[in-house]
Design a protein around this ligand. Structure first.
Ligand code: ADP
Ligand code: MG
Length: 446
């Protein structure tokens, strides 16, 4: 096809109102409409692969992967413009198939704000930062749901902000002056979970030296956050459902029911529906808990937030420690942008904290990031990188201490029994007690 024919065809597409690029089967850019060129600020260099052309701002990985696999793809690409303002582009790539062969690709572009979303301005919502349109919708739903007495189920991978969302719901609700209580259903063995949730009376079991109200009563007139609710054993699910239906709890060992007025926000990293299909979770309880389901996207699916959160977390770390980072190097930003972040915002926070520990100076370098992020292999000759990682998750640590303390209480201080409840050896328990500094409350040597 001649140059002038190609030009005529792209102008025709332009007149049809389509901002698009045409690619050959190998993803090289053949032509683009003037609007597509304008929207991408000249990134669509002819003859270059679209993945490379949009690189630096990197064609988001899911899109690039779908293209490589020959599948249609769509998604949002976030690019800083020449004026420094970050804008989102909606990109949609469709293979052009003729005679069962892929003849090429049609890629369309639209500015996200054309569809009524505007990601330019970062917003702060109850301790969470975002410039992601999906997260903004989440915050809208949170605001609306908070005002009503409905049960909210937050689904999202670890470290994506489920607990922050639960707190935001509480703070925005008419119950905000009441207590907020959280319990992790995955962190406690079933017997402990039951007495933690519903309480017990003195003498209900060996270690029950006095009455314990349980977390439902502690959350009276407030909000109870049931984290990892899918991990709750089936018999406890039945008891939980009864509590929600009757609005009363019966502490273990008692026959008297006590009225409780509690709003539930539950969270899970896995699909409750799937748990129901696998008969691990009661369907009736699922419907009770997920009146308003809220989905938190993983950090990797909101790349626009990566830069923002990096900056905000650096600001925060600057106020905490000795190191003052004035600039995050291009290399470090690229490494952060290319990593998959399975641990989401919590992992990003930890990775930056690591850089504050192993590095110094005003510029944060990629080699100061954890090896899995920087891609720099562990080098035993580089002393800085030999340093111990900061604790991956302080929250887990306190969970651990709490679990052990509860088991000891439950067992009336008997370590043998506490170890049994926890499913660990006495020696391991003793070591954990030492490591966590729980010694005072827990007697002598094993
Ligand atoms: N959008 C966000 N902006 C700032 N910090 C966030 C955001 N989302 C999560 N965090 C931080 O990440 C960490 C994990 O959040 P958390 O709510 O405990 O996650 P989850 O309960 O899903 O595991 C916390 O330190 C929290 O402050
Ligand atoms: Mg959590």
């Amino acid at each position: 096809m001649s140059e002038s024919t190609l030009r005529l065809l792209t102008l025709a597409l332009e007149d049809l109102g389509v901002a698009c690029a045409i690619l050959d089967p190998a993803l090289a850019i053949v032509a683009a409409t003037p609007t597509a060129d304008a929207l991408t600020e000249g990134a669509l260099v002819r003859g270059v692969s679209i993945v490379k052309a949009m690189c630096g701002d990197s064609l988001e990985r899911p899109i690039a992967e779908a293209l490589a696999a020959g599948r249609p793809a769509s998604g949002t690409i976030v690019r800083p413009g020449a004026d420094g303002v970050v804008r989102a582009l909606e990109v949609r790539a469709t293979p052009i198939i003729r005679d069962e062969e892929r003849a090429g690709w049609l890629v369309t572009f639209a500015r996200s704000s054309d569809r009524g979303t505007d990601i330019d301005a970062p917003i702060r919502f109850h301790g969470m930062w975002t410039r992601d349109p999906g997260m903004r919708r989440v915050f809208d739903i949170v605001e609306r749901a908070a005002r009503r007495e409905v049960s909210v189920l937050v689904r999202g991978p670890t470290g994506s902000g489920k607990e922050l969302i639960a707190r935001a719901i509480h703070d925005l609700s008419p119950r905000h002056a009441g207590p907020f209580r959280a319990i992790n259903c995955a962190a406690l063995p079933p017997t402990l979970l039951e007495s933690e949730l519903f309480g017990h009376v003195r003498g209900a079991f060996t270690g029950a030296l006095r009455d314990s109200p349980g977390i439902f009563r502690a959350a009276h007139h407030g909000t109870l956050f049931l984290d990892e609710v899918a991990e709750m054993p089936l018999d406890l699910q039945a008891k939980l459902l009864r509590v929600l239906e009757t609005r009363t709890v019966i502490p273990i060992g008692s026959t008297d029911s006590v009225e409780v007025d509690v709003r539930i926000v539950a969270a899970t990293h896995q699909s409750l529906r799937k748990a129901v299909e696998e008969k691990r979770f009661r369907a009736d309880l699922m419907y009770r808990l997920r009146v308003v389901p809220i989905f938190l996207p993983p950090l990797a699916a909101r790349r626009g937030d990566l830069e923002l959160l990096t900056d905000k977390l650096v600001e925060q770390l600057n106020t905490e420690g000795a190191r003052q980072v004035r600039q995050v190097s291009r290399g470090a930003r690229d490494a952060i942008g290319a990593y998959a972040w399975p641990g989401n915002v919590r992992e990003l926070h930890n990775a930056l904290q690591y850089a504050y520990v192993v590095g110094d100076g005003p510029v944060l370098l990629d080699v100061e990031l954890p090896p899995e992020v920087s891609g720099v292999a562990f080098d035993p000759d580089t002393p800085a990188l030999n340093m111990r990682r900061p604790e991956p998750d302080r929250e887990d640590e306190s969970d651990d201490a709490r679990r052990i303390r509860l088991a000891l209480e439950h067992a009336g201080g008997n370590r043998e029994r506490a170890a049994q409840i926890l499913g660990m050896s006495r020696v391991t328990l003793w070591r954990r007690i030492k490591a966590l500094g729980l010694d005072d409350s827990a007697g002598g040597e094993p």
